[in-house]
Ligand binder design. Structure first.
Ligand SMILES: Cc1cc2nc3c(=O)[nH]c(=O)nc-3n(C[C@H](O)[C@H](O)[C@H](O)COP(=O)(O)OP(=O)(O)OC[C@H]3O[C@@H](n4cnc5c(N)ncnc54)[C@H](O)[C@@H]3O)c2cc1C
Length: 277
């Protein structure tokens, strides 16, 4: 990576993200299995007398501007869960300082191909490797609208992908960088690298690259920023710096929706930090 201008850095948890390093995973060191917020922070505390978990239960409505509880439905029964102190929502839905990275590259020891149908139509011979370029802090902004006041109706999600020219240009540059990485002398001298399988040399001009990106582009699933944490004079502000919802009392939101912008890198660690605060 150094050969294509991306320096090695010790780790991504240092707060400095411009560089190349091993990716940090949340793995239970005793079992070797990937840990989630449920397995790491909920399951070990299920026996606590002050914790009740309602499974298969849909939160439908927060009751009152001074939040007194949540109306929920479970197995066809609708009831109220009363809050003695406050209601904390962690349900998700799912402009950047210039020294933050805009593109994330990560590699897989396998053929991926079209990310809408990963692996489909892939080669059946030899060993394949994939490097992907991801727009980690896109400039384009999507929007989410409710289709009714019922939580049983799906919201309308408009991702607005690639509607900003700068995003298209960044991805084009990222695509070209991928080819440079495979051409790096350290790889060429130590490995026998065959021809590019996907998309292959039929995609080479600027126009062909743009078309390819439009067709093959996919999301990294980092939905965020639907409930912005901002100062009250921002018309898009929904919560204050403590996650308290403006115009209400005893109601907090603590999930990825409150990010004022999508942080670069992967969001999980930032969300856990926000939850603990
Ligand atoms: C396929 C995929 C891969 C990803 N990989 C990574 C990765 O490698 N690293 C990384 O950092 N991030 C990754 N992400 C992103 C990351 O998972 C999300 O950013 C993060 O989980 C958001 O956390 P959250 O607490 O805001 O919401 P969530 O983790 O989505 O939690 C919200 C919870 O609320 C529940 N809920 C929602 N509405 C209701 C309701 N009305 N009633 C009751 N319950 C409700 C949901 O069922 C869910 O359990 C990935 C996302 C996806 C989809």
């Amino acid at each position: 990576m150094e050969e294509v201008g991306i320096p090695h850095i010790p780790r991504f948890t240092s707060g400095y993200l411009n560089g190349s390093s091993w990716l940090v995973h949340t793995i239970d060191q005793t079992t070797g299995f990937r840990a989630s917020s449920e397995s790491a922070f909920l399951r070990p505390f299920l026996t606590r007398p002050n914790l009740a978990v309602y499974k298969n239960t849909l939160a439908e409505k927060i009751v009152g501007k001074v939040a007194t509880g949540v109306q929920v439905t479970s197995e066809g029964h609708t009831f109220l869960l009363a809050a003695s102190k406050e209601v904390i929502v962690s349900a998700d839905l799912d402009s950047l300082p210039s020294d933050w990275p805009e593109i994330q590259y990560f590699n897989l020891p396998a053929y991926v191909g079209d990310f809408w149908n990963p692996g489909v139509g892939g080669p059946t011979d030899g060993n394949y490797a994939t490097i992907m370029a991801t727009l980690i802090a896109p400039k384009c902004r999507g929007n989410v609208s409710i289709s009714s006041s019922s939580m049983h109706d799906q919201p309308l999600i408009n991702p607005n992908w690639l509607t900003q020219q700068v995003d298209v240009e960044l991805l084009t540059a990222g695509f070209k960088r991928l080819r440079q990485i495979f051409q790096a002398s350290v790889l060429q001298e130590n490995l026998t690298i065959g021809p590019e399988y996907y998309p292959g040399d039929k995609v080479s001009t600027e126009e062909q690259i743009h078309h390819f990106i439009q067709d093959a582009f996919q999301t990294m699933y980092h939905a965020a920023v639907t409930c912005k944490m901002r100062k009250p004079d921002d018309e898009m502000a929904v919560v204050d710096s403590h996650g308290l919802v403006y115009g209400t009392k005893r109601l907090r939101v603590v999930d990825a929706s409150v990010f004022p912008f999508l942080p670069p890198n992967l969001p999980q660690g930032t969300i856990y930090e926000l939850n603990f605060d």
